[in-house]
Write a protein that binds this ligand. Structure first.
Ligand code: 9MR
Length: 354
């Protein structure tokens, strides 16, 4: 079992170890305290099903808004911010003494049309700065960690220097990544600033090249003195695709050497092509999560583990990777009835590594 609700309240936000780039919270943390666990949540699900909020409060120390902080949600027009949905998630977090992990300040996707119509570097820089400052200031009390830049590496990277195309890159060049971290650090010098990526876990196909390019980018940022504090491994594991255990362990060890914390930010298992029977599928999923968490904890504990949703009822995988046999997907630690699955036991085991 994870910590009880009472334990979590007793820890309080300041000592739960979720946040803080400076390390005071971590050093105040007794060695036996489990690594904080978070769940991503989509507001319409939270509002529709009280079981979801109850499960988050019972199991989690943090929430990540799935969509509510994306530009498409908060920026209807150049001079407008709409925080109605993100405020509700922040209030849910505050009420229940949870941290909120901010997702995400700079991303190539989910941009409102007006952003894609910006044509000058000056306008892009102004928009980016205003966005980061206003968003981080609004949630500074509850969001102590931020995915500052999300998914900066192209899927099929050919060279370690490849960066994902985006409108920000077109107008500001690759330096928009460093710029974003510097702006965020100026707004909140104690916030934990994260660079977040997916598909860096696997052994075959284009995945090793993507991992290399991600490492190259992070090293470059650290060498330049850019304030990046943590590497976010999303962990959308592709069911049945082997984890590059040794290479991933090495990648994480290298990142730790640079002084960076390691976070799992969006864990789930894409089970579209796995066998049907629930017990068989759950065992394969748990084993793959074990391979992943085993590799990335070989050199030390994680800063936090977050799953992309909590219950199999509420997951993007249902519509993005639905199964042809009509069976429901089972990518998350709780089943459709909010009961624990083997994946949860694996997560808990790795949360207690010190
Ligand atoms: O789960 C999210 C889905 O509901 C949205 O439609 C989609 C586009 O905004 O984003 C999904 O979340 C993604 C996250 O923001 C970044 N990493 C990959 C996640 C799954 O696609």
């Amino acid at each position: 079992m994870g910590p009880t609700r009472r334990d979590v309240l007793a820890m309080g936000l300041a000592t739960c170890g979720w946040a803080a780039a400076g390390g005071t919270a971590a050093s105040a943390q007794p060695a036996h305290r489990p690594v904080p666990f978070g769940g991503a949540v989509y507001l319409p699900d939270l509002e529709a099903d009280p079981r979801l909020g109850d499960a988050i409060v019972a199991h989690c120390q943090a929430v990540t808004p799935v969509n509510e902080l994306k530009w498409i949600s908060t920026r209807p027009a150049p001079d407008l911010f709409d925080f109605a949905a993100s405020d509700k998630i922040a209030d849910f977090a505050r009420t229940n003494a949870l941290a909120m992990h901010g997702h995400t300040l700079v991303w190539y996707a989910e941009l409102p049309e007006w952003v894609t119509r910006l044509t000058s570097a000056a306008d892009a820089e102004r928009a980016l700065t205003e966005h980061i400052v206003t968003t981080m200031q609004r949630y500074g009390d509850v969001a102590r960690s931020w995915d500052v830049v999300n998914e900066p590496i192209p899927d099929a990277a050919r060279r370690p220097t490849d960066r994902r195309d985006s409108h920000w890159r077109a107008l500001l060049g690759d330096d928009h990544i460093a710029q974003a971290f510097r702006i965020a650090h100026d707004v909140d010098p104690d916030a934990l600033l994260v660079i977040n990526e997916y598909d860096v876990e696997f052994a075959t196909g284009y995945f090793p090249a993507k991992r290399q390019a991600f490492a190259h980018l992070i090293r470059e940022l650290v060498d330049k003195g850019v304030p990046v504090h943590a590497v976010g491994l999303q962990g959308h594991l592709r069911g049945g695709v082997p984890i590059a255990k040794d290479e991933l362990a090495q990648f994480v060890a290298d990142m730790r050497e640079l002084g960076l914390k390691i976070m799992v930010t969006e864990l789930d298992v894409i089970d579209r092509d796995l066998p049907g029977p629930a017990d068989v599928r759950d065992a394969i999923i748990a084993a793959q999560v074990e391979d992943f968490l085993g590799a990335i904890t070989a050199s030390g504990p994680l800063h936090s583990i977050t799953t992309w949703g909590l219950s199999d009822t509420y997951t993007w995988i249902r519509w993005a990777y639905g199964r042809s046999d009509g069976l429901g997907n089972r990518p998350l630690p709780l089943d459709e009835n909010f009961q624990r699955k083997p994946m949860f036991d694996v997560i808990d085991r790795f949360r207690s590594i010190v």
